[in-house]
Design a protein around this ligand. Structure first.
Ligand code: 5AD
Ligand code: SF4
Length: 440
């Protein structure tokens, strides 16, 4: 979501004459777009700010103008005042709901010569104010992110999102469709719908009722030229029958689903306030696989939540063994200020968390390797997105987001074409085009 947000910030700043640069030394303004989900991410902001301050001073000494430093995103939202106290040279602090006000803030910071802070949850929605021109960030890109839902009302014990991103809201269908059409017009062939709880989507459908993620995906699938639709991140509680059916009926929906479970222990799931049991998760997965037999899953796991015993952790390992994941993200529990779990007794030792994380990651790695190895000998539809590193080679991705390389003509870039997978590397697949070169 931060990648998407950064692109929108680029859009609003473009009319002011700003354009992105890869070289930070050249930048008149640097915006750190930050993540608050775990402690490590938040701490990085302060070390990065120190580095930027030095770069700003060097630029000044070399005769350039002032380097404006802005902190955006969820660390800004949660720790705005602390940022200004610890790093008084920061010019702008803005939370994730106020990106549309960035031009005004830049102007104010330049005029006032003092820090501007905006971490409101404004009544107007930023999506109504962000420019709706050609979505320049995605021009030439074949894959794009599109935020359809934001915020979260679930209040999992460990998570800062409900506090930093605010309450759950959905964009109206018409607004999403308009942005999707602009993206497809500019060449995009695959859209990933984004939301902290994307399957809680309930945007206004323009007829006075609420859409569902399934109905939105069905409408998006009608856009000529849009080949692939993905969505992330979903919550098990919001997987309804319409979404399961969509995986059977909507051919544009990719058979790869990120469905965080966090733990396999009912006791810990309850302590986490997840609102589902391990059994309910297994049942959802069973129904999804029944609807779409080639569906693969990815997930998020937390080890060492307060109160997690060896037996609880073993229940997580067993759930992983039973379900089998194509990919997964796993984390040591990290106490976040202001969240219920941070104040709970029975915090787990770092050494125990380390050991559990290692064991879990070894198992997940094994499953991911097995999943990739299983691709060899199959024919997969590959969306070609560019040229590979070797001459004559094309790079693309499979339905399961695996990078795939084949030899082929550049004219296939932007097309989805079947490829026979012949090789597996650590993080990618190698293959060859099949003769028909057309996709079903
Ligand atoms: N500690 C560790 N991991 C966390 N996540 C969210 N909050 C925390 C935390 N306090 C993980 C969850 C979530 C993912 C985005 O980050 O697994 O699904
Ligand atoms: Fe955080 Fe997801 Fe739980 Fe919401 S549902 S509180 S975003 S982990």
């Amino acid at each position: 979501m931060n990648v998407y947000d950064s692109a929108r910030m680029t859009d609003v700043l473009r009319p002011l004459g700003y354009a992105p640069t890869d070289a930070v030394e050249e930048a008149d303004m640097v915006i750190l777009n930050t993540c608050h989900i775990r402690e490590r991410a938040a701490e990085k902001v302060f070390s990065e700010l120190g580095r930027l301050r030095k770069i700003g001073e060097e630029r000044k000494a070399a005769g350039f103008g002032k380097t404006v430093i802005a902190v955006a995103g969820c660390v800004a939202q949660a720790e705005g005042e602390e940022i200004l106290a610890r790093a008084p040279y920061v010019d702008i602090v803005l939370g994730p709901q106020t990106y549309h006000r960035l031009p005004e803030m830049v102007a104010r910071a330049a005029r006032a010569g003092q820090a501007v802070i905006d971490t409101d949850f404004p009544v107007e929605t930023k999506f109504d104010f962000l420019p709706d021109t050609a979505a320049p960030q995605t021009a030439g890109n074949l894959t794009a992110f599109l935020t359809v839902q934001e915020g979260c009302d679930k209040f999992c014990s460990f998570c800062v999102v409900p506090y930093t991103r605010g309450a759950e809201t959905s964009r109206p269908v018409a607004s999403v469709m308009a942005e999707a059409r602009r993206m497809v017009d500019s060449g995009v062939r695959e859209i990933t719908l984004l939301g902290q709880n994307v399957n809680a989507y309930h945007g206004d459908d323009g007829r006075g009722t609420a859409a569902t993620l399934a109905s939105l995906a069905a409408e998006l699938a009608q856009i000529p030229g849009l080949d692939r639709i993905r969505y992330t991140t979903s919550h098990p509680r919001d997987v309804d029958t319409s979404l399961i059916d969509a995986h059977r009926d909507n051919a544009a929906l990719m058979p790869f689903l990120h469905l965080p479970v966090q733990s396999g222990s009912d006791k810990i799931l309850k302590a986490m306030n997840r609102g589902h049991t391990a059994g309910e998760y297994r049942e959802i997965v069973r129904r999804l696989r029944e609807a779409r037999p080639d569906l693969a899953l990815s997930s998020d796991f937390i080890v060492g939540h307060p109160g997690e015993t060896d037996a609880d952790f073993e229940a997580t390992m067993q759930l992983v063994r039973d379900i089998g994941f194509a990919q997964a993200f796993s984390f040591k529990y990290s106490p976040r200020p202001g969240t219920p779990a941070a104040g709970q007794p029975f915090q787990i030792d770092e050494a125990v968390k380390d050991a559990r994380l290692q064991a879990l990651q070894a198992l997940l790695r094994e499953q991911q390797d097995a999943f990739n190895a299983d691709m060899v000998g199959r024919t997969l539809p590959v969306l070609f997105t560019g040229v590979g590193r070797k001459p004559g080679q094309l790079a693309g991705r499979s339905p399961y987001l695996q990078p795939v390389h084949v030899e082929g003509p550049e004219s296939l870039i932007g097309q989805t074409v079947p490829a026979l997978i012949t090789q597996r590397f650590t993080n990618s697949l190698g293959g060859a085009l099949t003769r028909e070169r057309a996709c079903a």
